[in-house]
Design a protein around this ligand. Sequence first.
Ligand code: ZN
Length: 62
Amino acid sequence: MAKRKACRNCKRITEDETCPVCKENQFASAWQGRIFVSDEKKSLIAEKVKLTAPGEYAIKLK
Ligand SMILES: [Zn+2]
């Protein structure tokens, strides 16, 4: 099983080598807290942290 990591650009948590949201490949292997956004258009948190796609995101990267 691939290790989960968080994108340094948009904080998306993924197992892929490239971020599925912003296509960056800079990742942090440790983070604090996470949020799950199922509908970014209805989520106040998503709006606040400028998420553009549903999914799991880290709140703060280490
Ligand atoms: Zn990203």
